[in-house]
Design a protein around this ligand. Structure first.
Ligand code: F0G
Length: 457
């Protein structure tokens, strides 16, 4: 498959500066081998995240000029609410400045110390927000997700048997809600099937437990359902989305993904009691419930972005871009998580760099090589992000060492991605030269953001 042609043309350009290898060598050292500490202007292709990095359309920018900045009851809020209700269907909706603020509100009203939260796989901020409320995150993804080379059409699914068992072992009194992340970011941007959503919802209902969807990449998930799940090929993406959310009692949303904006999010719930408490906290922490920490113009951009995010031509192009990148790497034998996900390609750093032991962070070493050799910024999803300290001070590592190449929406052209593919292949061919890293500074929570490292050997 070749890269798909863009379903848009360019109206505004943002120049990017090319750096030399010598400059990057110095910059990455000064950044403590942590790409979060790099100045973005020194990055050529920024694949750190697909979050908040979308290019907005002329329609969205025009909407920004229609911002009603009234403190209460802004007209943009009503457009925002109406658009969300028409797609997601939930009764109560509050804006938040991004997804993790919605998570914080949800867990603040729902969790007590020691409660468990099942999810297919918690994203890092979701996990950290559960831990922050002294809850216990449970990752109940299907076993197939642990095998990077294994093809599965819905590799993001939760294992219903594991969920059932969690209820039986711990009791519904310890599980205040069940979550499902669509698509499953940490498993490789893999989709969840409608059948799985139905199964998870039925188990939650059986135990009278609210079922909440982490909806960041719901549109990409719906596209995969249409493409891969029997019975959905002839349905519109809006219909698929409506069905998906009809099985749930609410959702958290980072609008920075499938709503195609640079900032924004929301919490939507059917339960009035939870929403009342969440609203009071929102007023305390974020802002009045008709703006929730955003400007009126931001709400308008979200409303318009949600409409565009479900456009089928756009999604075919977006998912096709990631898929074509994967096919290029596959032809060169580069190991990555298969099939490619909706928003990203996940390199299997553990398989690429078997000579680097876990304590020397093979995936982070690959991230450093991508920047130093090619000016590409990726993100580590491995021992640095998800390593945990045991009681005896030793480290427990996650199953996989991955490097995520997240593709911003409507930002990079096929030629940018060809450049990325060529660079990855070149680094893969010279992989025995890559050195491991050692931690010299780490924070207690979400350490990957601020960690400082040095090269070993
Ligand atoms: N849930 C998932 C599945 C996410 O991927 C993210 C963010 C969040 C929640 C939190 O949303 O950033 O708006 O507070 N993911 C970004 C990423 C940061 O790079 O994957 P947020």
């Amino acid at each position: 498959m070749e890269f798909p042609a863009e379903p848009f043309r360019v109206k505004v350009v943002e120049p990017v500066r090319r750096t030399t290898r010598e400059e990057r060598d110095r910059l990455i050292r000064e950044a403590g081998y942590n790409v979060f500490a790099l100045p973005a202007a020194s990055v050529y292709v920024d694949l750190l995240t697909d979050s908040g990095t979308s290019a907005m359309s002329d329609y969205q920018w025009a909407g920004m000029m229609m911002g009603d900045e009234s403190y209460a009851g802004s007209k943009n809020y009503y457009h925002f609410e109406e658009t969300i209700r028409s797609i997601f269907g939930f009764r109560y909706i509050i804006p938040t400045h991004q997804g993790r603020a919605a998570e914080n509100l949800l867990f603040s009203v729902a969790l007590r110390e020691g409660d468990l939260v099942p999810n297919n796989i918690h994203f890092d901020t979701t996990r950290a927000n559960v831990l922050h409320k002294r809850g216990v995150p449970l990752d109940l993804v299907i076993d197939e997700a642990m095998f990077p080379e294994k093809e599965h059409p819905f590799k993001g699914n939760m294992d219903p048997a594991k969920l059932e068992k969690a209820f039986q072992v711990h009791g519904p009194g310890k599980i205040p809600l069940v979550m499902l992340t669509v698509t499953n970011n940490s498993a490789g941007g893999q989709p969840v099937s409608m059948e799985n959503v139905r199964q998870v919802s039925a188990i939650a209902k059986k135990y009278h437990t609210p079922f909440i969807i982490d909806a960041c990449r719901y549109a990409e998930n719906c596209y995969f359902i249409k493409e891969r799940e029997p019975g959905y090929g002839g349905r519109s993406l809006t219909e698929i989305a409506r069905e998906l959310f009809s099985y749930a009692d609410g959702c958290t949303m980072s609008a920075k993904k499938d709503a195609l904006v640079n900032i924004g999010g929301f919490l939507a719930l059917n339960d009035e009691g939870w929403m009342d408490k969440a609203k009071n906290l929102l007023i305390l922490l974020e802002g009045y419930p008709t703006y929730g920490g955003l400007a009126g113009r931001d709400l308008e951009a979200v409303a318009r972005g949600l409409e565009e995010g479900l456009d089928e031509d756009y999604l075919a192009y977006r998912v096709g871009q990631v898929r074509a990148l994967g096919e290029r790497l596959d032809r060169a034998g580069v190991p990555f998580v298969k099939p490619t996900g909706g928003h990203a390609l996940f390199l299997n750093a553990g398989a690429i760099l078997p000579q680097i032991p876990r304590e020397n962070f093979p995936a982070q070493a690959l991230v450093v090589a991508l920047y130093r050799e090619a000016g590409i910024r990726a993100v580590e999803i491995g021992g640095l992000m998800f390593g945990e300290k045991e009681a005896d001070g030793s480290e427990k590592y996650p199953a996989l060492e991955l490097v995520r190449l997240a593709i911003p929406r409507r930002v990079y052209t096929s030629l940018h991605l060809t450049y990325v593919a060529d660079a990855v292949i070149e680094i893969f061919r010279n992989r025995e030269k890559i050195k491991g890293l050692r931690l010299v500074h780490e924070a207690a929570l979400l350490r990957h953001f601020t960690a400082q490292l040095e090269e070993v050997g």
